[in-house]
Design a protein around this ligand. Structure first.
Ligand code: NI
Ligand code: MN
Length: 238
């Protein structure tokens, strides 16, 4: 192994799927956990939320299926939670202190890279009915590359701004339809952000969002794109 290949081996991100829209991404040696929803998810019953690693927990919006395990994992790991102002206020009431509040358009420099909050077209009420602020997506920037985690969102024309702003190596997009965009709109989103390498999320967990996965992947492939659908518990490198 020469110097360059060993260097390139380190310039990779490890992605682990925990079901629904919950992913762990190791960036620059730090574990980022997105939208923890594990213990209530029947499909993720083989995942033990008590051993999931997190240095940072990023929460896109307040819905139960994105925040259910956030408090317990944050308390166990001491992870810093990144979320909007309103969710920050709510999490403080649940006893969390290590929170970095943000809002749409804002960027923060952290020890692994930068996180920028971008617009998501959705809603965001918290599980107890509290105001969850505005939903967001995240752009994570690091020396290992940039990726986009869309959260729950419709296709929006604003996604073009993401493609103009940064080179996106891969993106997590919702594909389950009904509550978010479905596969066809995710393909257009892929064009808007200039990224052909898409990891699907927010599908199959509930009856409302069951889709024909093979058909979705075939459509992506026919248009020269790749839709990766991970097994729950699977880890890949990007
Ligand atoms: Ni939602
Ligand atoms: Mn959702």
């Amino acid at each position: 192994m020469n110097f360059f290949s060993s260097k390139n081996d380190r310039l990779n991100m490890q992605i682990t799927y925990y079901g629904h829209s919950c992913f762990g991404v190791e960036v620059n040696g730090k574990n980022l956990l997105f939208d923890p929803f594990i213990t209530p998810n029947e499909l993720a019953k083989n995942i033990d939320a008590n051993i999931v690693k997190a240095d940072y927990i990023l929460i896109s919006h307040g819905h139960e299926d994105h925040i259910a395990d956030a408090v317990s994992i944050a308390k166990r790991t001491g992870a810093k939670v990144i979320c909007n102002w309103e969710i920050n206020v709510w999490l403080q009431k649940q006893g969390l202190e290590n929170i970095h509040p943000m809002n749409t358009g804002g960027k923060v420099k952290l020890d692994f890279g930068n996180v920028k909050c971008v617009k998501a077209e959705h809603s965001s009420m918290l599980p107890d009915g509290s105001n969850g602020g505005n939903p967001m997506g995240f752009i994570v920037e690091s020396v290992e590359g940039n990726f986009y985690y869309a959260g729950d969102t419709a296709l929006t024309y604003d996604m073009k701004l993401i493609g103009e702003y940064r080179t996106i190596k891969f993106a997590f997009l919702p594909i389950g339809d009904n509550f978010t965009m479905g596969p066809e709109n995710a393909m257009i989103a892929s064009d808007f952000i200039h990224c052909k390498d898409i990891i699907g999320m927010h599908y199959d967990t509930f009856g409302y969002i069951q889709i024909d996965k093979a058909e979705a992947q075939r459509k992506f492939e026919l248009s020269g794109k790749k839709l990766t659908l991970l097994e729950i518990g699977q880890t890949i490198t990007k």
